[in-house]
Design a protein around this ligand. Sequence first.
Ligand SMILES: [Zn+2]
Ligand SMILES: [Zn+2]
Length: 108
Amino acid sequence: MLHKRPRLNTDYTGRCGNCHARIGEDAYCRYCGTKAGEGSFAPYEDRFQCVYGPPPVMRKHTCMACGYAWENSAMIDREKFCPQCGGEVTAEVTEEPFGRGRKPFGEE
Ligand SMILES: [Zn+2]
Ligand SMILES: [Zn+2]
């Protein structure tokens, strides 16, 4: 017998209590700005997210409040909040996929 029901997950280890995105050790969720340890912690549907879109692009995020900056590469940029202070961040594309500009690998 095959039961097709959504798997509800309540494991919030390393996740945002509001939008259940993975936040790891961050103090604030990068996606919704909720402080770590806060939120409704509602059971969420643990489904595989299939994302179709453009290839990953390297982006540099800079917090407008505290200046914390980090880079990530994602197809769709949904990181809008600083993981350190929860402030709003700006994002700029720093490297196109398969572009020129190879970064030096270590310094000797
Ligand atoms: Zn969140
Ligand atoms: Zn910040």
